[in-house]
Design a protein around this ligand. Sequence first.
Ligand code: SAM
Length: 193
Amino acid sequence: NYRCRSAFKLLEIDDKYGILQPGDTVLECGAAPGSWTQVAVERTNANGKQERAPQGAVFSIDLLHFHAVPGATIFGGMDFTTSLAQKRLREAVQHRKVNCVLSDMAPNATGVRMLDQESITNLCYEVLRFALAMSAPQAHLVVKVWDNGDVPKLERDMLRFYEKVKRVKPRASRGDSAEHFLVARNFKGATDS
Ligand code: SAM
């Protein structure tokens, strides 16, 4: 039982690209009310339910407070873009190398298309920067974007650090016409090449 329908977007992305494996460490931004967290916990075995598989770890953050998800470490009431929030996440993750970074973050829409698009792109760059600092080799990254003129540049910037970047529109996201996800796979390392 998922907390909201968004769960099916991540299930669809993971079924297609296999970005979440048992034993993985996952960082998740914009997690409330927690349905992606539920999916990430199941697929990484962060709750230890699959006895014979390695146990993963999931760290989830949101501006809003939300209910605990067994197996996940949750940071509610925190703005991911602040240095305090990022310090907390780094401390929680400790020595682990992150295998997958997920962001379903969306800014509060002002209704002014240009401003809203700029703020979601800024959120994506903030997540990309953090992912570069935290990720293990071959890690993956998923960010939500709204279709706009900045997306091709973001895609190109991601391609400098990941072997493959795909623009994905899950069936479950049909209702929201502008919404897409960039799925970046196989982190090459943070040194620009
Ligand atoms: N993936 C979630 C799920 O399946 O339950 C739904 C996420 S919802 C579409 C987007 C979330 O991004 C909102 O809960 C919002 O509070 C959060 N958000 C937006 N800006 C944020 C920021 N700067 N830091 C943390 N969370 C943020």
